[in-house]
Design a protein around this ligand. Sequence first.
Ligand code: ADQ
Length: 470
Amino acid sequence: MSRLVVVSNRVAPITEGEATAGGLAAGVMDALRHSGGLWFGWSGNTVPDVVPPGTLPPGLPPAIARSGPVTLYTTDLTRRDYDDYYRGFANGTLWPILHDQTALSRFDRGEFAGYRRVNAHFARHLADLIGPEDVIWAHDYHLLGLAEALRALGVTNRIGLFLHTPWPAPSVLMAVPAHAELLRAMTHYDLIGFQTERDRQAFGDYVRREMGGEELPGGVFRVRERSLRTGVYPIGVQVEALRAEARTAGAERLPALRASLAGRSLVMSVDRLDYSKGLRQRFRAYERFLAEHPDWHRRVEFLQIAPPSRADVEAYQVIRRELEGEAGRINGRFAELDWTPLRYLNRSFPRNALMPLYAAARVGLVTPLRDGMNLVAKEYVAAQDPEDPGVLVLSQFAGAACEMASALLVNPHDEAGVAAALEQALAMPLAERRERHADLLAVMRRNSLERWRDRFVADLRGLPTAAQAA
Ligand code: ADQ
């Protein structure tokens, strides 16, 4: 029997009956429950370095847990692996490059070697776990080298990769000194999925221009004597489940929430605290809105929820300090004894607490500088009451903007433009809000999480294996 084998940097802790935190975890778990299968990745734990530098880690056997028809295998990383692979190359080099932040990217050959070492470590464990018919679905920028490492072990199974992040233009990618090795490694995948056509084309530009690859019909590239298929699979949310959650949680909590707002309109944003999310520019745009619209003072409140992430990477410490300063400054400038214009919370909330907040918000302000998709935009729309919906203000640089044309699309670098969109959203008449919301919901139903999962898995299963193609 052919099983689905999912590999991601982290295996989300799964508690039966509890909503999982992010869309990825929910989608992956759902896909696995459908077909049965296994999920492999890092446990989130680090162990002290037990081997001298330059030698391979000893390969502790993975821990095993079961959840219905799904088996979860997790492995620990040594402290050095964590520093080189996760903190170093994945989040210090690749993440900024993938989000067009060349100036924030640093490169260290030792860290790149660590990245390859951990990909090889994952591959060795996986090779022991899989059967000949299994299909392997890897996730995200941590695992660009996994297929190459598996092939080196003689694995001929179908291997796919879905990239949750954007993919940059060749000139940006080439700022990574190891770009050629990295891209060569990626050609060992059978299928690479992107969030948008823009990302797929940027990848194709590199393959054609820098690797001499040839593009055939159907998104297939012939490169280095291999066939690599590429496709666009925009990730979605479980629309009906989220709507039901918003209704249930909302019925309980919404009245109290509305009372606490005392008639003020709530503008809301939820992001991991990350420089790609455009928080500083967003705060500045809100400040500008307040400065230009004194008529809105006391009538609006902006709630920014941003739990710290990757706090041991320096660029993240810098953005955190900056935002604390900005929030204090804006409140210092505009607050009154009975009005705090900006509430900035550095913590995460369970989904059943987030949904009623989304539902109460008149405006969802989602303005990343660059984002693979952005699921918060979709969660916000799902939570709205179709009879009296709020308005989504969305960055044109989020992958979601490719589908969500009925949002108010903005350039997050344009403070005046974002401030104007905020005012337009707050003042938007009911009929227009309903029409835009209905359009957005229809698109989201078409591109749901279930469809993302089904299309990717069907395409991967439909490919010939490396052995068959040879
Ligand atoms: P992220 O960069 O994490 O994901 P996003 O798509 O917005 O960004 O997903 C975040 C998820 O975490 C959402 O489900 C959101 O509700 C949840 N979340 C965020 N802050 C939270 C908080 N304070 N409390 C509780 N939950 C919170 C990456 C890519 C995105 C891509 C996704 C999925 O960067 O571009 O859309 O993967 O592919």
